[in-house]
Design a protein around this ligand. Sequence first.
Ligand SMILES: Nc1ncnc2c1ncn2[C@@H]1O[C@H](COP(=O)(O)OP(=O)(O)OP(=O)(O)O)[C@@H](O)[C@H]1O
Ligand SMILES: [Mg+2]
Length: 418
Amino acid sequence: MSQTPSDPEVLRPPTGPADDPSMSAPQQLERTASMCANEAIKCDSQGARGMAITYYQQAIDALVKLINLYPSSKLNPLYKDKCNSYHERITVLQQAHGVEPAVDPSATPEEQKKSIQRQEDENDFEDLIMRDKPDVTWDQVVGLEEAKSSLRESIVYPTKRPDLFPLGWPKGMLLYGPPGTGKTMLAAATANEMDGYFISADASSLMSKWLGEAEKNVSKLFDMARHYAEKESKPVILFMDEVDSLLGSRQNEIGGESRSRNQFLTEMDGINTKGKELMLYVIGATNKPWTLDWPFLRRFQKRIYVSLPTQDARQNLFEQYTTKLKTDYRLNSAGLAKLFDGYSASDIKDVCQAAQIMTVHEIFDSPDYTEPVEGDEPPQPRDLTMSDFRKIMERRKPSVSPDMIRSYHQWSTEYQAL
Ligand SMILES: Nc1ncnc2c1ncn2[C@@H]1O[C@H](COP(=O)(O)OP(=O)(O)OP(=O)(O)O)[C@@H](O)[C@H]1O
Ligand SMILES: [Mg+2]
């Protein structure tokens, strides 16, 4: 690239329809933001980091202006999301700038350039995945017995006795269900159960906004997983969170979306047929199963519903969280479980936290509150009661609506495969 980030010609916000006088102010700002973002993505995919950063920043500036000018616009959450993702990308690019790739001094300048690009790509890719073994155990995943046993049967048994499965075994499992119900935890616990590798990647980050790379990232991810499975002959779980985003939906990714989806299908076929003996499993998670098409679903032979907690599971969750708290002796977990019907496991965690924090606020808000003096016993929160939880319930609705649950059930009747 001969152009440098300081070249004023290059860094001018892209002109064009953004200057169209027939457009309203918000339309113009939005257009500027979108054009800057497109430009940023283009620079980014060509490795022009400095320019990409500047354009991402210009896109953010335009969106922030838009938000400030029209604070009540319904689109603001979307703009904020965009700002956050551009901001995240800027941070990644800035960090990558700080790491000087190693070069071989005896190589030709052309080879050196290629090697730098390769290493920089590698750094970006490494940012997208996690390879640490999680420390979640089966026991920590409350309820979901059916999901647990389905995963255990499909992954743990073939790993222990492959000789018992002459026809092979399913390699793709899809965990679907409302947010905060334990999909990620289940995948982590499965990986923990085996002496193997856990590779976790967020499909939405793989898709990223920098075109072309999405497809490459998918194939790289599978290469890496295969490499571990073949070389170390240990089972490998490749966990893909938000797997629905591989199908893409963003305007900017019209070219990229089908390619990465197709790449994914090809990779899945590879492990299902060619890699019969390979101990490589793909666990996908989604809370929008209905956005997945049939070719995509077909590759996940097991489709497991991760549901809201039952009465028993809620009771168990309340027991778990309230044992760490000071509670009134009349507080009973069965009663709490009944009260919080329809709440997800992570809602319940938040509810317990909110109730506890409420009693802490009382300490600070008390007219008698004084800064603790050394030697004196500082004030402690009072015991939590049922009525505290009722108060929290009035303020905090479940994160999943009954309508959503009906949609999951409906989808399950057609597509669940245990
Ligand atoms: N079944 C469960 N048992 C115990 N804790 C749970 C369970 N489900 C959720 N939690 C709590 O909620 C948090 C979020 O759970 P997790 O990330 O597994 O949800 P998820 O289904 O993957 O959600 P999302 O669809 O939003 O990714 C966990 O860290 C845990 O504290
Ligand atoms: Mg999750």
